[in-house]
Design a protein around this ligand. Structure first.
Ligand code: SF4
Ligand code: SF4
Length: 292
């Protein structure tokens, strides 16, 4: 595929978080191919830019544009803590680099400092070190993943302890629904229908991602309640396992109490064989053991 020089500049300037930045080029070539073109033109480059703006939302794009331009932006310090001396790791979703809304970043940052403090207070690194019977390697690490929402971009389901922000949607009674249908077509869970007054949510289907509130330009949809989903016992290792849900919707205190239970049970479980991992403890004891 050939590239127009200006198209290269446009695509390279699309503000994206580092983990997905290289997809923009692939996406532009995809768009060109679909139109039967052998060259990425400036029109295709603009289309690519618009596609990412629509996918990530105006707020995130604006923030990342400022970052790319070297302007001061407010990202929580807790997103960038380096802890090489600990035997836990906390992985964050792309919201770490601004690819999300303030609401989701706040929900993550609200959790992060107390979560780290709790891991230290419980002595997770010491517990894992004391239980090790072989040289300390990456499989000894207690893996935590914190995601801004239930889109779960960064592997909470393959982590020992995964947390996702959740946002229960509701209707802002002061705003008038225009029945534009944008929220209905946005919701990939098909959890929204419209009646004569406006949106109606099927909370059995809704995963509480906050997306509908973000796309409703009339401000009709809002977050009625914020919380967290907690999953435990996942691993992508030689015997992969998907983490199981221990709390569908809880608050910050609930997350910390579950974490404490997890670490206490891990500490009390004797090592059998060469290595003990938290995911093996969950498998052995069952997820019900960790509910609080
Ligand atoms: S709730 Fe908002 S997005 Fe949905 S139909 Fe009404 S105005 Fe449109
Ligand atoms: S919060 Fe997400 S899943 Fe729930 S209704 Fe809105 S868009 Fe659909």
């Amino acid at each position: 595929m050939e590239w127009n020089d200006d198209a290269v500049k446009i695509v390279e300037a699309i503000p994206l978080p580092p983990m997905i930045a290289h997809y923009a080029k692939i996406d532009a070539e995809r768009r060109a191919r679909k139109k039967g073109l052998s060259c990425v033109t400036t029109d295709i480059a603009r289309e690519t830019e618009k596609g990412y703006e629509d996918a990530l939302g105006k707020e995130a794009v604006e923030l990342m544009r400022k970052m790319a331009a070297g302007e001061e932006v407010q990202l929580p310090d807790s997103f960038f803590v380096d802890e090489p001396d600990e035997l836990y790791s906390i992985q964050l979703c792309p919201a770490k680099f601004g690819a999300s809304t303030m609401e989701k970043r706040e929900q993550m940052s609200r959790l992060l400092t107390p979560l780290r403090a709790k891991l230290k207070e419980l002595g997770i690194s010491r517990i894992l070190t004391d239980k090790a019977t072989t040289s300390i390697m990456s499989h000894h690490v207690f893996r935590v993943a914190v995601n801004g929402c239930s889109n779960a971009c960064f592997s909470p389901y393959f982590s020992d302890f995964g947390v996702m922000g959740k946002y229960r949607p509701g209707v802002n009674s002061g705003r008038q629904c225009t029945h534009c249908g944008v929220c209905v077509s946005y919701c990939s869970e098909k959890a929204i229908t419209l009646d004569e007054k406006g949106p109606v949510f099927d909370l059995q289907k809704c995963v509480m991602c906050a997306g509908c509130a973000e796309v409703c330009e009339q401000g009709v949809i809002c977050t009625k309640e914020k919380g967290y989903k907690v999953v435990i016992g996942g691993t992508g290792s030689r015997h992969p396992r998907i983490a199981q849900t221990v709390a569908e919707f809880t608050d910050l205190d609930g997350v910390l109490r579950i974490l404490e239970k997890c670490v206490r049970v891990l500490e009390a479980t004797p090592v059998e064989g060469r290595v003990i991992t938290f995911r093996d403890v969950v498998k052995k004891r069952g997820v019900e053991t960790f509910k609080v």
